[in-house]
Ligand binder design. Structure first.
Ligand code: NAP
Length: 320
């Protein structure tokens, strides 16, 4: 687990934007479990954050000064801002957002990385078909809550696995999941058997570890296991625990496939359009869990690993 002492807070000049760059006032920061992985010095889909560098983070900011004709002062944008008050960023790496269409933090949740992860991970990798049973772990989180709701739109049965009675109630009573399993107090194996009598057709896994193993043992024939994340393993000081029940893939002619949302970068526009339409029609609900103050970064980040967030965890850095 990260600690406050792993980070240094410093005050330095914000910097001047060079050609094609803009200076942003950061307003909101997205806190993502993946940031923990970026702190490890190992090969991944993206280079690790180096010692002494600004901690990498997605954020939303207002353009203060621009050296690019596409962006003007006052424009609102999302992009990799880092955990800082001001950021100098290449204009072409930023996406403009419209404050009239949605509250700003939503561009970091349902209309941002986690919404897109749910959209492409479920629809492209999971390929759910009407009538199938979709199980999602980390179900009350930013990604998982979208996965279950998109599964319902695809006319699937949605079963969520989450920690605690309140989160489970939120899934079934507010988000329309057919069933929710509290992994902290229920026997997940028995509950899955009850809620998925014909087996699991699609498992969208956000947590890995023991839950992955339990679901693997209950796959239906030709099931698809979508490896989105494995948060139970991110702070594991020992070796990552692999799935013991992987032979279930063999006997069920099933497949397990990992993906990174960046793989779909060329199609983000399509994903955002679909998600925005579903939000507008009331077919999906989004929720942000907002912590105030950049200085609270380390403690706020830990909420993800303690299950203390409900919905997308965001830091509000400055007034809009
Ligand atoms: P989130 O689900 O909003 O927050 C994390 C949640 O994980 C916590 O609220 C907690 O909920 C659960 N959790 C924490 N420790 C756990 C443990 N040991 N066992 C079981 N559950 C645990 O976060 P998110 O941003 O949406 O990310 C969810 C997953 O998606 C992460 O694994 C992340 O790395 C992955 N992800 C992948 C991609 C990609 O491109 N592949 C992109 C974005 C996110 P409970 O209270 O229910 O335990």
């Amino acid at each position: 687990m990260v600690q406050r002492t792993d980070f240094e807070y410093s005050t330095v000049p914000a910097g001047e934007p060079g050609p094609g760059e803009v200076l942003l006032r950061v307003l909101y920061l997205s806190l993502d479990p993946a940031m923990r992985g970026w702190m490890n010095e190992s090969r991944s889909y993206i280079a690790p954050v180096g010692l002494g560098e600004v901690m990498r983070a997605m954020g939303l900011g207002r353009v203060v000064a621009s050296n690019d004709p596409m962006l003007k002062p006052g424009n609102l944008v999302t992009g990799l801002t880092g955990v800082q008050d001001y950021a100098v960023v290449a204009a072409k790496s930023l996406n403009k957002v419209d404050p009239q269409l949605a509250p700003l933090p939503r561009y970091l949740s349902a209309l941002g990385g986690t919404g897109l992860t749910a959209y492409f991970g479920l629809l492209e990798v999971g390929q759910p078909k009407p009538g199938e049973t979709v199980v999602v772990s980390g179900a009350a989180g930013a990604t998982g809550s979208m996965v279950g709701q998109i599964a319902k739109i695809q006319r699937c049965r949605a079963v969520g696995i989450a920690g605690g009675a309140a989160k489970c109630k939120y899934l079934t009573e507010e988000l329309g999941f057919d069933a929710a399993i509290d992994y902290k107090s229920e026997d997940v194996r028995a509950a899955l058997g009850r809620h998925c009598p014909d087996g699991v057709n699609v498992f969208f896994d956000n947590v890995g570890g023991e839950i992955l193993d339990i679901v693997l043992a209950q796959l239906a024939r030709k099931a698809r296991v979508v490896l989105c994340g494995a948060i139970s393993q991110y702070n594991n000081p020992a070796d990552v625990r692999g799935p013991k029940n992987y032979l279930s893939l063999l006997i069920n002619s099933a497949r397990m496939e990992g993906f990174i949302v960046f793989n779909y970068a060329q199609r983000y526009g399509e994903g955002i359009q679909a998600l925005a339409a579903w939000l507008a029609e009331g077919k999906i609900k989004a929720r942000e869990d907002i912590v105030e103050g950049l200085e609270n970064f380390p403690e706020a980040f830990l909420k993800l690993f303690r299950g203390e967030n409900l919905g997308k965890l965001v830091i509000k850095v400055a007034e809009e």
